[in-house]
Ligand binder design. Structure first.
Ligand code: SF4
Ligand code: SF4
Length: 70
């Protein structure tokens, strides 16, 4: 959780790293990190997010939510 930006991945909607992983590939500042288990991806260093929306465009199931907290 960031102070200024919150990037959330819904585990219920995410297709999982093995099936998808698009967010990991597309984010220019590497917010999405691989983790074990399901869904296999977590958001980290969320305040580094530049609000480019590339992950939202690439996430077919709509599993990602970006929240501005300022
Ligand atoms: S792009 Fe969406 S569905 Fe694909 S791994 Fe990332 S959060 Fe999951
Ligand atoms: S909006 Fe852009 S910078 Fe922020 S998490 Fe998505 S791809 Fe990364």
């Amino acid at each position: 959780m960031g102070y200024f930006v919150e990037v959330e991945i819904s585990p219920d909607k995410c297709a999982g790293l093995q099936e998808c992983g698009a967010c990991v590939k597309v984010c220019p500042v590497n917010i999405f990190e691989k983790r074990g288990g399901m869904p296999g991806v977590v958001a980290t260093n969320e305040d580094e997010c530049i609000l480019c929306d590339l992950c939202l465009d690439e996430c077919a199931p709509g599993a990602i939510t970006i929240g501005k907290k300022y």
